[in-house]
Design a protein around this ligand. Sequence first.
Ligand SMILES: Cc1cc2nc3c(=O)[nH]c(=O)nc-3n(C[C@H](O)[C@H](O)[C@H](O)COP(=O)(O)OP(=O)(O)OC[C@H]3O[C@@H](n4cnc5c(N)ncnc54)[C@H](O)[C@@H]3O)c2cc1C
Ligand code: SF4
Length: 332
Amino acid sequence: MSNKILNTYAAYAFDDLIRKQSSSGAIFSLIAEKILSLSGIVYGVTMTDDCKGAEFVRVDNIEQLHLLRGSKYIQAKVGQAYKSVKNDLNSGRIVLFSGTGCQNNGLKKYLGKDYENLYCIDMVCHGVPSPKLWRHYLEHIETINNAKIIGVNFRCKDQGWKNFGMEEIQHDKKKVYIPSSQDSFMRMFLRNYCLRPSCYECEAKLVRCADLTLADFWGINFVAPEMNDNKGVSLVIIRSQRGQSLFDTIQEKLCYKKVDYNAAIKYNPSEITSAPRPKERNKFFSDLEKKEFIKMEKKYAADAKIPLKQKVKNILRNALLRKNNGGGGTVM
Ligand SMILES: Cc1cc2nc3c(=O)[nH]c(=O)nc-3n(C[C@H](O)[C@H](O)[C@H](O)COP(=O)(O)OP(=O)(O)OC[C@H]3O[C@@H](n4cnc5c(N)ncnc54)[C@H](O)[C@@H]3O)c2cc1C
Ligand code: SF4
């Protein structure tokens, strides 16, 4: 195992509908479709039926693939997935496993040997929030709206890829949209209070075993601006010959461009750096045990207090970015 890089691409699917439902450029879906067309099996993460958690599921047909589309910003339960992957591999099925770097490393450890019929995808990973925080958040949302939530899209692109928001679908089908910069759960996530302890010292960034790594190409305007239509561009890092062969088979369904790795990851710090552990993290979790969510929001998700000097700097920097980019964005 090593962190060898064969090639790096900017890429997105020509299919606008699948791209809209995906977090970045829908590369995961195209690869998964390819695997299913070969009678293979895809393992990935979906929300549980009550939307209170996320878990791995086995998908063997294209009708169910939508379950896996899109990032769910919660630690997913692995459950029986590793065991089921092993059974499928041993019975000769082609398998695609898609999860975080640490989940991929866990799978490889569990399998104990290399399988030629296994393809692995991981992602540039900021970290995963605590499922407990998510449950508290969702129950709070259900209480204030007096409505059960039956669907969640953490990466709704209705206002564009870079200005993504949280979309919550109520039992009466009413949709609630909250810009990610204003959503309290996303604020706690992006302020790093609620990540799993291992995410602050992520070993999966040092030793990667996936064939391909996917990410949002946040620096697209500096590397291939002609590809940015604000519908989502993926950063694709090829780490093995197997990953390259898989990527080659989907190229006819893609707009893509080979790019320089170092230039590409400049705006994706999570490719190589773990999130810093806030000094308030322990207090955050002890408060979560005792405090109502509304109090957590007040304490940990309030508008950031920005000193005047920094405010001026930000205004100047954003003006410069807008001039260079034709639009700003959220950099995770
Ligand atoms: C927790 C998390 C943190 C991320 N952090 C960053 C980041 O800091 N910077 C960055 O550029 N990109 C990050 N990404 C990756 C990015 O959000 C997209 O997943 C990636 O660009 C692939 O997009 P896509 O359009 O090809 O496919 P999508 O359809 O958006 O990807 C879906 C795939 O993601 C997997 N997935 C979804 N939720 C989870 C989960 N909770 N745990 C494990 N796997 C999951 C599914 O199994 C599926 O295979 C993160 C993703 C997740 C899930
Ligand atoms: S940051 Fe590292 S440890 Fe945390 S979920 Fe991602 S890959 Fe796993």
